[in-house]
Ligand binder design. Structure first.
Ligand SMILES: Cc1cc2nc3c(=O)[nH]c(=O)nc-3n(C[C@H](O)[C@H](O)[C@H](O)COP(=O)(O)OP(=O)(O)OC[C@H]3O[C@@H](n4cnc5c(N)ncnc54)[C@H](O)[C@@H]3O)c2cc1C
Length: 407
């Protein structure tokens, strides 16, 4: 077990150019808190700020702006990697380029990042301009993502995958744009970490710590379809009041402000299944996948739609297309769990037949045959060769690598 969270120093921050040299245990949270007073924000952030720079690079994470700026790796300028043979490799797009493009997205299998240099993006206000756009169904959401991606900075669609028939995937798309210099003078005062935090109470009264029991009840007593339907209707109200201003912290990390939200899925927990499908097949394939889940009587309680673009990393999930993250509660019973796993394999077949991919940070169920089909024989062979060169005794293994690569 390698515990790298104590390697958490920001070694250097160039406030003119927005470039940070960090240790791998620095979290997204540490980086944005350090950078925002200087008018910078990490180029790519996931839905939680607890993720470390090492974890972000090794899974090559994406944000709600993947369609515009690509993945995390696209903003890594270089890193040092300590391999199990004891070598320290300095890697960038010129030096040890093969290792650079494989270790980013290489789920920690080639060595440990000990230092990374990443670029950030300029922000002129502590807020974003946000629109809520109602989506009638999945196809509508896909069309909105494609229409708006030329102008928007961030786009993410929340979909109701419990809705039947033509309404499947209805929901609300959130678009957020950065504010230009001079557009939001008041927002400058929010370029301070403590002004980005969202309130600790809901409606100023209910402590946030009480939210998860409410979520637990909705989850376990069959209210998920009703909550989804209400949220869809609320999307119209949000559409009328749009655009509105929201802090970066609130827009990106709302879930982090609900303590222990994941307890709602106790005792079985939850898994996420996130297919990535080429644009040409996305509407058909994502609908088919969601219909399969409905037909098997295992409905995801949440769906999230995003647009992506390709990137140059060897084991990446990035492609010119769409992803739909589906969150499933895991049944406590062995039989229920097996049914869910079978469903994910069925859905994966549909995705892989269409040339789709998966994102291993979000996978808990697929097997080595899916791994080969996602990346193709050539990429897998190259990755195995690098593994053999940098880690000949296969010291670095995880449950994920054993499941997907046999070690
Ligand atoms: C609530 C929530 C929301 C999320 N939203 C998104 C999202 O919007 N977009 C997205 O892309 N992902 C998202 N994720 C997934 C998350 O970004 C990834 O799983 C990420 O890799 C987790 O990083 P970590 O620091 O927790 O690393 P860990 O989970 O500890 O490790 C992840 C992998 O990185 C490797 N690793 C860690 N440190 C190093 C290092 N120093 N050197 C080499 N390898 C290393 C580990 O071996 C492991 O394989 C989300 C996760 C959660 C829980």
């Amino acid at each position: 077990m390698l515990e790298l969270s104590a390697l958490n120093r920001i070694l250097d921050f160039d406030a003119e150019r927005g470039i940070a040299r960090v240790e791998p245990g620095v979290r997204v949270r540490d980086l944005w808190r350090h950078a925002i007073p200087h008018g910078w924000w990490p180029a790519v952030v996931p839905g939680t700020m607890q993720v470390s720079m090492g974890g972000a690079a090794s899974m090559n994470i994406h944000g709600k702006n993947a369609f515009a700026v690509g993945t995390f790796g696209d903003h890594v300028l270089g890193f040092t990697l300590l391999t199990p043979r004891g070598e320290t490799l300095v890697c960038d797009r010129e030096r040890n380029a093969d290792v650079f493009f494989a270790a980013i997205s290489g789920f920690g299998m080639l060595g440990a990042f000990t230092e990374l240099t990443v670029e950030l993006k300029r922000v002129h206000s502590g807020r974003l301009r946000v629109w809520g756009i109602p989506m009638r169904n999945l196809e509508d959401g896909i069309a909105i993502l494609d229409d708006q991606r030329g102008n928007a900075d961030y786009l993410v669609g929340w979909c109701d995958l419990c809705a039947p028939g033509a309404g499947l995937g209805r929901g609300v798309m959130h678009r957020a744009d950065q504010l230009e210099p001079g557009e939001d003078e008041d927002g400058k005062a929010l370029l301070r970490p403590e002004r980005q935090d969202v309130p600790t109470t809901l409606f100023g009264v209910v402590p946030k710590g009480w939210i998860w029991p409410g979520m637990w009840c909705a989850f376990h007593f069959g209210f998920v379809p009703m909550v989804n339907a209400l949220k869809y209707r609320a999307g119209y109200r949000e559409g009328w009041k749009s655009p509105y201003l929201q802090t970066h912290g609130a827009f990106h990390f709302l879930l982090d402000y609900v303590p222990r939200w994941h307890w709602m899925a106790k005792p079985g927990g939850l898994i996420q299944f996130q297919p990535f499908v080429p644009a040409a097949h996305a509407a058909r394939v994502l609908r088919r996948v969601a219909e399969l889940a409905q037909a098997r009587g295992i409905r995801p309680y949440l769906g999230v739609l995003k647009r992506h673009r390709p990137d140059p990393f060897l084991m990446t999930h990035g492609l010119d297309g769409f992803s739909m993250a589906m969150d499933f509660g895991v049944p406590k019973s062995v039989v229920g769990r097996e049914r869910l796993w079978r469903l994910t394999h069925e859905m994966a077949d549909v995705v892989l037949e269409a040339g789709g991919r998966f994102y291993w940070a979000k996978d808990g169920t697929l097997t080595s045959s899916s791994f080969e089909r996602v990346h193709g024989g050539d990429a897998v062979r190259k990755f195995r060769e690098l593994k053999a060169r940098l880690d000949p005794e296969r010291v670095l293994q995880t449950d994920l690598s054993r499941r997907l690569m046999g070690g």
